[in-house]
Design a protein around this ligand. Sequence first.
Ligand code: ADP
Ligand code: MG
Length: 701
Amino acid sequence: MSGDLLSTSIEFLKGVGPARAELLKKELGIFTFNDLLHYFPFRYVDRSQFIKVSEISSDSAYVQVKGRVTGLKTVGEGRGKRLTGFLQDGSGSIELVWFQGIKWVAQKIKPNLDYVVFGKPSYFSGRYNFAHPDVEAVVDIEAGPEATLQPVYNSSEKLKTRGLDGRAFARLTKSLVSQIENQIHETLSAEIITRLKFISRQDAIINIHHPKDQTLLNKSLARLKFEELFFIQLILLKQKFIRTTSVQGHIFKVVGDQFNDFYKNHLPFELTDAQKRVIREIRIDMGSGKQMNRLLQGDVGSGKTLVALMCMLIAIDNGFQAAIMAPTEILAQQHFATLSKFLGDLDLNIALLTGSSKSKARKLLHQQLEDGSLNILIGTHALIEDKVKFNNLGLVVIDEQHRFGVEQRAKMWKKNTLPPHVLVMTATPIPRTLAMTVYGDLDVSVIDELPPGRKPVQTLHYFDSKRPQLFGFMKRQIAEGRQVYVVYPLIHESETLDLKDLTDGYESIVRSFPLPEYAVSIVHGQMKTDQKDWEMQRFVKGETNIMVATTVIEVGVDVPNASVMVIENAERFGLSQLHQLRGRVGRGADQSFCILMTSYKLTSDGRKRIDTMVETNNGFEISEVDMKLRGPGDMHGTQQSGVLEMQLADIIRDEKILKFARNLATEILADDPVLQKPKNAVLAGRLHHLQKYKYDWSRIS
Ligand code: ADP
Ligand code: MG
C-alpha cells in the first residue's frame, strides 16, 4: 500500500487543474486527493423517482421533475435581476427562477432537450415555483453513472461559477474512487470488523460517495459514524486512564471527627439519598490515591453546597485545607454566609477572599493560609492569584464551572506539590450524550433528587397585554409576605440600551408599587460592586419586596422567601438560562411561581422554549430539548473542545451508536489500556494519527 496517490495535490485530478484547485483549497480546504475523498455528500438523489408537475403540493420536499424548459429570460435590474423560465411535462408547467449564477445557467440550458429539474418547490404569489433548482440534461444523466443514488455535494457560489457545482463534484469523486483501489488504509482492527460485521474502510469510502444501493450506503454510514464516535471515546478514555494511573493524589484515609461531629450534631436536616450517594462516590475517589477530577451535576436547589461542605470536612479530617471558588462576589459571599451558618460553633477557621478584600485582612489571611491555621478558604477567582499560597491544599471545589476556563482550573492544580482533588459543580444539566463526549474523561456524579417537601415551581406564560393581571398577582403575593424577582435580558449590543430597558421597567414598577407600601431594589452589571451588594442585601434581608435585575442574579442567589420570578422578554433567553432563573424561586416552603412574559411575536424555537418551560421542571429534559434546538456545538462548555467536529455522526441522532462505541472502547481499554497488544496495533496507529493531526486534546480538561 502506498499513501502517495492520496497525498497528490488536487490540481492533478482530471477535471481540476490549477485555477479550480486554488478555489478548492480556499473555499473548502481541499488540498489533496485524500481531502476530496473525505468531502462527503450531504444527501443523495434517487434518480429513479420522478413526479409530475401536477402532483406538486405544499408538502413536496425535494422532488425531481422531467420535461422541457421554455421561455428562459432575464428580467429585472441590479439586485432584482433574475433568470426565469418554465418546466413543462405534459401535466402542467412550473416556474423556475435563479437569482445567482444567471449567466452560467442560461448557457447550460438548451432548447428542445429534455431536462431533469431537482429542487424544493416553494409557494409564491398563488403558485409553486422552483428557486435555484438543479437542472441537468437527461442525456447527461443517462451517460453518467448507472447507480440510481446520486450524491449531492455542497459547493460554493465561487466554485459554481468555475463550473464546479454539486454535480461536477460527483464526477470528480467518481473518477477519484475509481483510482483508489487498495489505497485506503484500514483503521479498525480485524476483531472489531468481524464482530460488528462492518464493511472495509475502503468500501465504506467508495460507497459513501457512489453507493451501489441503499443497503451499501447504510452500511457505509454505519461504519463511518461508528468510527468517528469510537475514536473520540478511545482517546478520552485512554486519557483518563493515563491521568488516573500517572497523576498521584492525596490519600484521604479517614472520615474523622469534624465530619462525624457535623453529621451527628449540626446537620439541620436529613441528607437526601442522592446526596449520600454522591458523597460516598467522592469519598471513595479521594481515598484512592489518585487525583480526583469529578463533575458534580445537580439541578438548582438540589443541595450541592452541603455536599461540597461535607467533602471539605473530610479533607480537613485528613490534615488538609480546602477551598471553594465561586464565579461572582455575591455568590462567594453567600457561600461564606451559608457555610459559616452550617458550621456554627464548630472549631474551624474559614475565611472569604474576593477582589474587594481589604489589604489588612488579606495579610492575615495569607499568613493563616500559609501556616495552615485556615481550614477553608472561600472566594472568587482571586483565589487563583499566585500570591495565594496554601500550607497543604487537599480539595478544591469549583462552583458553576462554565464560568471558569480550563486554564484557571489548571492553576488551582498547581497550588500544592501533589495536585489537590478537584470537584467541579454545575447546575446546568448536561445531556448524557454530550457529557460522554465533552466531559468523557471526567468522572460524573449526579444528584437526581431534590430535598423533600419542595413544591415544584408553577410556570405560566403571559403575553405582555396581561401586565395588569401580573401586577395584581404580584401585589397579592407581596401582601402574603412574599418577595418577587423581575428579570430583564441583556439583548442589545449596547449596554446603554439594555440599561434603558431595565430602568424603564424599573420606573414602571416603582409607579405601580409606590412607597411607602412597597420597596423596590434594582441590580445590574454596571453598578459598582458595593452598591450592588447593598441592594442585594436589602432584598436578602427582606427590606425590599421586588428585585428588578438583569441576569446578574442568575447564578446561585438564595432567598427562600422569594416566591415569584417574572422573566421579561422571556423569548430572548436560552432554555438553560430560563431554567437557572426559575431555580431562584421554590427554595422555601411556599408555592412558587415563574411567569414568562413575551410579546405575541414568537419564533417557533421561542415558542418551543416557552412551552418546554411550562411543561417540565426537569433539568435533564430541558437540557435535551435545548440541545435539539441549538445543536450540541452551542451548548455550555463545548465551544472550545473540538470534540464535536464530526462529519457524519450526530450525538443526538446517533445516540445508540455513541453508547455502543463508548462501551466497546471501555471494553478494549480494560483489556489493553495503552493499546500495545498486536491485535490493537491498527487502533493505536489511527489514534496516534488523529491526535497528531486532528484533535488538540490538551484543550480538554
Ligand atoms: P444548589 O445545588 O442549587 O447549589 P443549595 O446547595 O443552594 O443548592 O441548596 C438549596 C437549599 O436546600 C439550601 O437552602 C439548602 O440548605 C437546602 N438543602 C440542602 N440539602 C437539603 C436536604 N437534604 N434537606 C433539606 N434541605 C436541604
Ligand atoms: Mg449552588
